[in-house]
Design a protein around this ligand. Structure first.
Ligand code: KG4
Ligand code: ZN
Length: 333
């Protein structure tokens, strides 16, 4: 069978990324231009600044992606771009660029869901991984527990009722003065601490999550006692959220009788969360997560998800638009 080269384009938040992926699983290039340094001084992503920087970066990122993959425009078989969820202005840069390329090169276009991209990052790291499995997507914008029935069939089992887990990490870090983006900083500091601070539990029915309660508890604790040991606070926060993530994932696993579990999204780069999920291997679970560079936003994961949509016969036309609140598994385009 002929190899299929997918060009992936990602611009949903603050990373402008373009990748070339072979047969959905093998990265030929994955260029990521991060705007973190630009947004750092504002303590978070500023949407208008993100859009402008995507526009400035995208052509150079494209050139580099082709060069690193050692291919020309002609070699591309299909173009996959993120069309949601994300920041509308940021998404529009990638979607418009992808539509322009598709028209000029006369190549098929496949609008791709960013969250499905995070799931697909696992296909790149783990060549043997195939549906069905359970995926826990934990990122700056999302906290979803999903049953991956097939490459293009998803059922949401649980999701956050309030903050995404990455948002909680970022907020805690900001309040205690660690800076942005907070996740990696909390991760690092927590290693020096002991999880000895009791945090009140929020009870949730079913498989949903809630992180605003714990976030507020940490903020209150810190404001009441600014000399509190920050490392212990970070360690306690990580322990608290990890227990919730593991409990819900185990419940889902029991209900579905499925013991293959994948993690995805920026927060799955967290070392404490990873270690604790890896310990489940001793109980017979198969645990997967993408290599760290594929956990946070990148275009290789979009190319992989787009490839599976493309080979299942889904393509978009030039009316494809950005859908900021696009739901997983709901890919009307
Ligand atoms: O997947 P991602 O790049 O963007 C979204 O789609 O949201 O995730 C970014 C999020 C941020 O909240 C960041 O703080 C968090 O992932 N993150 C981490 C770690 N690395 C990134 N959170 C905890 N520990 C980490 N090591
Ligand atoms: Zn993401």
């Amino acid at each position: 069978m002929k190899d299929i080269l997918t060009l992936g384009i990602e611009s949903s938040c603050d990373e402008t990324s373009i990748a070339v992926v072979k047969n959905g699983r093998e990265i030929l290039s994955n260029v990521i231009n991060s705007q973190i340094k630009i947004h750092e001084k504002f303590g978070g992503v500023v949407p208008e600044i993100a859009s402008r920087n995507h526009i400035e970066a995208i052509s150079n990122v494209m050139e580099q992606a082709l060069k690193e993959a050692n291919i020309s425009y002609d070699d591309i078989d299909n173009i996959a771009c993120t069309y949601g969820p994300g920041l509308v202005g940021a998404l529009l840069v990638g979607v418009s660029y992808a539509k322009g390329l598709s028209y000029a090169l006369n190549k098929p276009l496949t609008g791709t869901n960013h969250i499905e991209g995070h799931i697909a990052a696992n296909y790149i790291t783990h060549k043997e991984l195939k549906p069905p499995f359970i995926c826990l997507i934990i990122s700056g914008g999302h906290t979803h527990l999903v049953h991956i029935k097939d490459y293009d069939k998803f059922e949401i089992l649980g999701k956050t009722r309030d903050d995404a887990i990455g948002e909680a990490f970022d907020k805690v870090a900001r309040v205690i003065g660690l800076g942005y983006p907070g996740g990696p900083k909390v991760d690092k500091l927590a290693k020096e601490g002991i999880p000895n601070i009791e945090l009140p539990k929020t009870h949730m029915e079913g498989l949903d999550f809630s992180f605003s309660g714990v976030k507020t508890s940490i903020i209150n604790l810190y404001h009441k006692n600014p000399d509190i040991n920050k490392a212990d606070l970070c360690a306690s926060f990580e322990k608290y959220v990890t227990e919730i993530l593991i409990n819900n994932t185990m419940k889902a696993s029991k209900e579905l009788k499925l013991n293959t579990i994948a993690l995805a999204g920026g927060v799955s780069a967290n070392s404490y969360i990873r270690e604790n999920f890896m310990e489940l291997k001793e109980k017979g679970y198969k645990i997967y997560y993408p290599e760290p560079i594929l956990c946070t936003d990148n275009a290789a994961m979009i190319a992989s998800a787009g490839y599976y949509r493309f080979i299942s016969g889904v393509t978009s036309n030039l009316e494809l638009n950005a859908v900021p609140n696009l739901k997983i598994g709901n890919n009307n385009q």
